[in-house]
Design a protein around this ligand. Structure first.
Ligand SMILES: [Zn+2]
Length: 300
């Protein structure tokens, strides 16, 4: 399957280098990406996480909390939304048939409203917990304004599925090929998931917010103080979060066939996308409808 890497609106958190590890100082703002994938399958286009959407860019105060707007100050440029980047790649956004969500935080689910026709896949506990709006922080991070209709949500029990590369209860998704898998990575939220995608050169594992900083996957893990604080502030199950980070590190060490990345590390994004994080993919002419991944299709 052909996989495109899209940064669907950067955030510019307070703390500069203390957050992203590469800004020029600690008094400027840092730059984090919202790393999403667009996958061409025979079932149509599949979007893995959605980043911020058109309505977030046009009307942020009606959709996002003041707290997070002040803290992470998204770089709202309409051309960076998933829908505009999909058009730039020559596709009709209506051909996005499926969205697989790691979790429902505002910086992952904002684009849902741009694809009302798509089936949205996630763990059941994620949808129920985010809707419950239990704590002050839950109300800042999970924004029902971004998903008013909840149309076509397809949810899954977290204790089904099979073992895959050291992770339990990994499962394929209804209507999607077995080369896209939902991997439970509880911790950041209760229903947080990674998404594994088998591309042309092996598996990609989008670990989403299971970790935030590239060096957290090193043999001697390290995280910037700002991102350590941010993860602590938002975690729902610390023990599970650390256990899953340890599993991800082991997988990275032991399995060369799986390439792991997270949602917000710009260095990882740039290495995989092959372009600077604030830029767009190369523009392509309009693709014929249904022309997805023609090269991978079996000859008739
Ligand atoms: Zn996030």
């Amino acid at each position: 399957m052909v996989v495109h890497h899209l940064n669907c609106v950067s955030t510019c958190p307070l703390g500069g280098r203390l957050m992203d590890g590469r800004a020029s100082s600690v008094v400027t703002r840092g730059e984090l990406c919202c790393h999403c994938l667009l996958v061409e399958t025979e079932q149509g286009l599949v979007l893995i996480d959605t980043g911020f959407g058109l309505e977030d860019v046009r009307n942020p105060r009606s959709r996002l909390s003041r707290f997070f707007l002040a803290l992470v100050s998204p770089d709202f440029r309409e051309e960076m939304t998933a829908i505009r980047q999909i058009e730039r790649l020559g596709y009709d956004p209506r051909d996005v048939r499926h969205i697989v969500l790691s979790h429902l935080d505002f910086d992952h689910a904002g684009g849902l409203s741009d694809f009302p026709q798509a089936t949205v896949h996630m763990f059941h506990v994620e949808s129920t917990y985010a809707r419950a709006q239990r704590t002050w922080m839950d109300r800042q991070r999970f924004r029902p304004q971004q998903w008013p209709t909840m149309q076509h949500w397809q949810t899954y029990a977290s204790d089904d599925g099979e073992r895959w590369r050291g992770f339990e209860h990994v499962r394929a998704l209804d209507g999607l090929p077995p080369s896209i898998l939902l991997v439970p990575l509880r911790g950041h939220t209760f229903g947080h998931a990674g998404i594994a995608v088998e591309g042309r050169s092996g598996w990609l594992l989008d670990a989403a917010d299971a970790y935030f900083y590239r060096d957290e996957m090193a043999d001697r893990p390290h995280c910037t103080p700002g991102l350590r604080f941010y993860q602590w502030m938002l975690e729902k199950d610390r023990r599970a979060r650390f256990e899953n980070q340890a599993r991800l590190r082991a997988l990275r060490r032991e399995d060369n066939d799986v390439l792991i990345f997270c949602s917000h590390d710009m260095v990882e994004f740039e290495a995989l996308a092959g372009r600077p994080g604030g830029t767009l993919p190369r523009e392509r002419p309009r693709q014929a409808p249904g022309a997805y991944d023609a090269a991978a299709r079996p000859a008739r």
